[in-house]
Ligand binder design. Structure first.
Ligand code: NDP
Ligand code: 8X3
Length: 250
């Protein structure tokens, strides 16, 4: 039987590329996000490849998250794989100048949103004693860089939650993985800099990772044999050595 995957943050970047990659590989797909128009457009395109369902909710809204996931139609009710991908950075400021709305957004989306979605899906996985949860962390979850403070904290939390999930869900045969990318050229910087010009410079002078690169890695992670779990994967573009060391040529 075809497996079903639920991908949060599927309307752009890594999540969107993953939806296309997984559809190409024949999985049934549930795509989630706030931008309904994008979800509708994607559903039209992906339906040519596989069965697709859309869920339009904000992961910050606990009730809306539960209602959306609990209300899935029968054909999509069994979720075999969860990709917790929705997230973003908001701002890049020293801690003494940080904006508390940005802090709230990052903790609410990247940490609490991931927990709400997981909370809605884990019970069916524990009941079946099978499933795979992949949390999209970041190199920022392994190392703190200047002005990254709260975004890095949110991604350190994602890593801690991933490890906690792996321990607690171990008796239930559930795989839990973290995939932690470095710089990926998506809408990430447009969101971080709120559409400001800085976003246009982040990926200049080197070849950043592309969303498709991460999508292909995610397919590798989900397609290992039952006894193999990729617990924690860190991936950089070749030009990047760590969060602050990037070889740029202009
Ligand atoms: P994008 O901005 O392209 O995608 C972010 C996705 O998250 C969108 O689909 C957006 O959908 C969704 N999202 C954001 N806020 C919410 C919300 N409140 N409720 C529901 N969905 C939401 O960025 P990326 O693809 O780069 O980011 C995906 C993940 O990868 C994030 O967790 C990010 O932290 C992580 N990451 C990114 C890296 C990079 O360099 N780009 C590197 C390492 C990790 P919508 O707006 O429609 O709701
Ligand atoms: C995104 C990568 O380096 O911009 O998580 O924080 S970085």
């Amino acid at each position: 039987m075809k497996k079903t995957v639920l991908i949060t943050g599927a309307t752009s970047g890594i999540g969107e590329a993953t939806a296309y990659e997984f559809a190409k590989q024949g999985l049934n797909i549930i795509i989630c996000g706030r931008r309904l128009e994008r979800l509708n457009t994607m559903q039209k395109a992906l339906s040519k490849l596989t069965r697709v369902h859309i869920l339009n909710f904000d992961v910050r809204d606990k009730e809306a998250t539960y209602i959306a996931i609990n209300g899935l139609p029968d054909k999509f009710k069994q979720i075999d794989i969860l990709i917790n991908n929705a997230g973003n950075a908001h701002g890049l400021d020293p801690i003494n100048e940080g904006n508390t709305d940005d802090w709230d957004a990052m903790m609410d989306i990247n940490v609490k949103g991931l927990l709400y979605v997981s909370k809605a899906i884990i019970p069916q996985m524990t009941e079946r004693k099978s499933g795979h949860i992949i949390n999209i962390g970041s190199s920022a979850g392994k190392e703190v860089y200047p002005k990254g403070n709260v975004y890095c904290a949110s991604k350190h939390a994602v890593l801690a939650i991933t490890e906690g999930m792996r321990v607690d869900l171990n008796p239930y045969n559930i795989k839990v993985s973290a995939v932690n990318p470095g710089l990926v050229e998506t809408e990430f910087s447009k969101v971080r800099f709120k559409g400001g010009d800085q976003a246009n410079h982040v990926y200049k002078g080197f070849k950043a990772l592309q969303a498709k690169d991460i999508a292909e890695i995610l397919y590798f992670v989900i397609s290992r044999p039952d006894h193999v779990n990729i617990a924690d994967l860190l991936v950089f573009p070749t030009a990047q050595a760590n969060s602050v060391t990037v070889k740029k040529e202009f």
